[in-house]
Ligand binder design. Sequence first.
Ligand code: UGA
Length: 440
Amino acid sequence: MKVTVIGTGYLGATHAACMAELGHQVLGVDTDVKKLERLASGSVPFYEPGLEEILQRNIESGRLSFTDSYAEAAEFGDVHFIGVGTPQKKGEYAADLRYVDSVIETIAPLITRPATIFGKSTVPVGTASRLGQRARELSPAGEALEIAWNPEFLREGFAVQDTLRPDRIVLGVDRNRSGQAEKVAREVYAPILKDGLPFLVTDLATAELVKVSANAFLATKISFINAIAEVCEASGADVSVLADAIGFDARIGRRFLNAGIGFGGGCLPKDIRAFMARAGELGADQALTFLREVDAINMRRRVAMVESAKEFCGGSLLGGRVGVLGAAFKPESDDVRDSPALNIAGQMQLQGAAVTVYDPKAMKNSRALFPTLGYAESAIEACEGADAVLVLTEWDEFRKMLPADLDDVVRRKRIIDGRNCLDPQTWRNAGWAYRGVGRP
Ligand code: UGA
């Protein structure tokens, strides 16, 4: 099939490469010419395991190419995916829809034959219906231009695997008109549907809500365990053991019950806020007031970590040296958008500490976002002369680190494990003061 993917960020670039991998002819579309040149040369402008290989393979086979021309995209594709960002509006909870709006405003007038647009971006409920109406108004194809919503559930770090082997496909279609969207989607995803993958066809609003509800649930799960961690700290209990114990109950499940410095990234934080804002507009704000607490618990983790480091360093960070291991919002990613690790590093520096950060993949993005922090080329270098070492992203490299690696490097043997990813006993046995989150 001839497919375009509009937007070539984490979501769009992955989707474009994976659609080509499924055998389609794919055109990736973006307004950022530099990014397009990089992608077209077979280089992924961010870190995503396995993506570069698929990108290169499909460029070489001639199935994948890139353009900044919407006219070319409209001419090329029978199927168009929208994968542009919906960030949080500045100074507001609501989502900023200018990029999805602009895609429709630009491409719809150029589409002259029957086509299907599948939205993948995370949008407030009601957006797809509004965009559909606008697209039909603008396009010479009129009613033959269909809009459906096909939310994306991929996780950064596992984006390729999540796209090629998703655990479900959700498709929202406009129930008020008869269309081809379901048939087209089944054809697009045929190679992965063969394995009996759940394929749920819903109305537009349900599909939009499925996506934000999933992220809100995940955020709630993380904040739940972080709230319990606070009680564990107050009572001397161990939240890691507690999470294992409750996680054995299949109704609860162990995943996303890791206490620590909380969630960040370009999705969970802004999605729960946009969800609250939209519910408010719909007069259902009471339904989601609990998400305000979920957000508050999460943001409190960052302040608590800075306080913990301060206490650990004898009551003040002023004049202290801190080595921070990890800057990405999670391992296997170079994404530092709303990263708890970088946020904590910045707060400690503002309190007078000399902070040196190391991350295996996120150095460039961190420097761009927080240019005034100190940066090192390795974990060892970041910890040189440190009065405290903080592990804030649970990269494998840090999990595997041994006390002996740092014994002669630091000034004081103090380690704070912001992700509960180290073995406390190993560090204590080696003469280190160890502090985790919600652990005695
Ligand atoms: C999230 C969802 O997991 C995806 O399903 C969704 O498609 C995506 O958002 C999106 O909306 O695009 P992602 O942002 O890649 O994916 O990251 P997650 O793996 O969900 O992690 C989010 C944050 O939660 C990270 O900062 C991570 O460190 C933190 N986390 C995760 C915890 O603090 N504890 C846990 O137990 C799990």
